[in-house]
Design a protein around this ligand. Structure first.
Ligand SMILES: [Zn+2]
Length: 343
């Protein structure tokens, strides 16, 4: 939604809804639906208030066990906090009520695949983290692991200005298990898909590598909450890489070469076009450099409000104009000048 016209547009929308309601008064059932535990659960879920969502979804299912969508949502919330048994039960109930729901069938199949690998995992929760890992394979001691998680929570949270209070699941897989679950190549260092998934590596530098990847994926979890899943990939990766760089420096050589060869990627084309595997490093390095520039020029608080605006539904250009008082094209030009001096 546009920043200046936003209020006006919202007012118009409210007005038209009022007019519509006057013309067609809603039946009492529709009103009940409006404030039902399920609609509250859904609203809280979309707003990333996951604790509230969980409370309302449980209430919704208690009141209306045949409410398919409530069962699906409750299953999702159990799944995200790694209660795979209860997630499975909810989704099975939903599927029994609505056998044609292919999406639920797909979720169940994915859960079964993951449960095969994850059911033997040991647990070591450190609030807000729900931690599961292959026993005997984690290189650090459990005390170290706990400290490492809390340190990340504190340090990344301080810079991002956000400390989630809902469970965040962290799964640490043996390298083979990670491939099995995700069907990903071993080049994928980690993943955030609602849960943080990390493969273990061994050998020299494995601890540092785990830390680097965890900082990156944890930042994705924060960005996801702040922007409610509406942050463009390049900005999301840029911010995650910016945090990761506090663990291990980023190689900026690809940006230097692209700058000299006039092959830098326009911001709005990052992760858009098909790109060769070799170009991926340039995408990350460039996204990092942009995020670094934004954070240096305007600070992290502005970056945080930018993400909040995206979460409110502002298009990216409007969010940029509202926070930085400049159009994205002008900022991109400034970044180029900054880059010349900082490469
Ligand atoms: Zn990433």
């Amino acid at each position: 939604m546009a920043p200046r016209g936003g209020h006006f547009a919202r007012l118009l929308l409210v007005l038209s809804l009022v007019l519509l309601a006057a013309a067609h008064p809603p039946p009492p059932a529709a009103f009940a639906e409006e404030s039902s535990p399920y609609s509250k659960a859904l609203a809280a879920y979309q707003d990333r208030r996951l604790k509230d969502a969980f409370t309302y979804a449980k209430e919704a299912v208690r009141q209306e066990p045949e409410h398919v969508d409530a069962q699906v949502l409750l299953g999702e919330l159990y799944y995200q906090r790694q209660d795979l048994g209860r997630a499975k039960e909810s989704w099975q109930r939903a599927l029994k009520l609505a056998p044609s729901r292919q999406d639920v069938r797909d979720r169940l199949e994915k859960l079964e695949r993951e449960a095969k690998v994850e059911s033997g995992f040991a647990r070591n929760d450190t609030a807000p983290f729900v931690v599961r890992f292959a026993e005997g394979e984690v290189p650090a001691s459990l005390t170290d692991l706990r400290e490492f998680l809390l340190e990340t929570y504190r340090l990344v949270g301080q810079q991002m200005g956000y400390f989630p209070n809902h469970p965040i699941t962290v799964l640490i897989y043996p390298a083979e298990g990670f491939k099995q679950v995700q069907g990903l190549s071993h080049q994928t260092a980690g993943l955030y898909d609602g849960k943080i998934r990390l493969p273990l590596r061994d050998g020299e530098g494995a601890d540092l590598e785990l830390k680097r990847v965890f900082w990156h994926e944890y930042t994705h979890a924060l960005v996801h909450d702040l922007a409610k899943g509406k942050c463009p990939v390049w900005l999301n990766e840029g911010i995650a890489t910016l945090q990761e760089a506090r663990v291990l420096p980023i190689n900026l050589q690809p940006v230097r070469e692209a700058y000299e060869g006039k092959k830098l990627i326009p911001w709005d084309q990052l992760w858009k076009e098909e790109y060769a595997q070799g170009e991926l490093e340039l995408h990350y390095a460039q996204a990092y450099s942009i995020a670094q520039y934004l954070a240096k020029r305007w600070g992290f608080r502005k970056l945080e409000s930018l993400l909040n605006r995206l979460g409110e539904g502002y298009p990216l250009a409007d969010a940029f104009r509202a926070e930085y008082r400049m159009a994205p094209a002008a900022i991109e030009k400034e970044w180029l000048t900054w880059l010349r001096r900082n490469l």
